[in-house]
Ligand binder design. Structure first.
Ligand code: CDP
Length: 251
């Protein structure tokens, strides 16, 4: 088989030219990075878990009508996704204070916010993805006002979906980040959820114990990252070769 053309290699994923026009292959690596890649490691099995988990969340979003780039999983580490033009923003939704919001505003980690708060960061590693306002976004032409209305609506729908899915398995969705892609159907452009949704880009805390089940385990040296992600996958029933018994309906 001819070697596939690599389009881009990021910190946690590699993108290859897709097998069909308008598609790309997203390969999930085992590499973990934090603090703008100042901290790095290879975590055995992380890529496999994130490939599965992102498939699970994106498929659920499709089922409730939230457009996203996922087409199908190809194998343990790869999925076929729609090629799109990524809007250069990291869209963060927060339900509880944590991370940079706690630092910036002096709010204790874990404080419930009065309502979900959406923040935008400009996607640029060399600048450390700085927080920006809608004024910057409009003035620099990163997205139009109509795009911003659509992005807000997508972000809040993903938040409601992810909060519910997690709550059902005893996990609190503290915050998460998504990326948005532009796709063109003829002259018509649409915005869709792109990139990945996984414990790399969410904060997930056990509701009972507060145990962290996300990338903070790596950032803050709290234990084994694969164990944490496996626990999320196990609870959702998506762990590969899982021996978890799925609930069955009686009659
Ligand atoms: O994670 P950190 O404390 O650096 O930043 P944050 O603004 O508190 O992150 C909010 C949420 O977005 C967390 O769930 C992060 O994991 C996620 N995030 C991400 O996935 N990628 C980034 N470049 C920044 C944040």
């Amino acid at each position: 088989m001819a070697r596939r053309k690599k389009i881009y290699e990021g910190k946690a994923k590699i993108l290859y030219e897709g097998t069909e026009p308008g598609t790309i292959v997203q390969y999930f690596k085992d590499d973990a990075t934090a603090f703008n890649a100042e901290k790095k490691d290879v975590i055995d099995g992380k890529g496999v878990l994130n490939n599965r988990l992102s498939e699970y969340f994106m498929t659920g979003l499709t089922q409730i009508g939230v457009p996203n780039h996922f087409i199908r999983r190809l194998n343990m580490r790869e999925q076929l996704v729609r090629n799109c033009e990524i809007v250069p923003l990291e869209v963060i939704v927060r339900n509880y204070a944590a991370g940079t919001m706690s630092k910036r505003l002096g709010i204790a980690e874990g404080t419930q916010l009065p309502r979900p708060i959406v923040e935008y960061c400009y996607k640029d590693d060399s600048l450390g993805d700085p927080l920006v306002t809608e004024e910057h976004i409009a003035a620099f032409g990163w997205a139009s006002q109509q795009d911003m209305d659509d992005i807000l609506s997508l972000a809040l729908r993903v938040n409601d979906f992810m909060s519910g899915v997690m709550l059902a398995v005893g996990i609190r969705l503290v915050d998460f980040k998504i990326e948005i892609g532009r796709v063109f159907d003829g002259d018509y452009q649409r915005l869709i959820v792109a990139d990945e949704i996984s414990p790399d880009s969410c904060r997930l805390w056990d509701i009972e114990t507060g145990q962290k089940l996300d990338k903070d385990v790596f950032r803050r040296d709290l234990g084994n990252l694969t164990d944490a992600y496996s626990e999320v996958a196990r609870r959702l029933g998506v762990l590969p070769n899982s021996n978890v018994t799925k609930p069955t309906l009686i009659n």
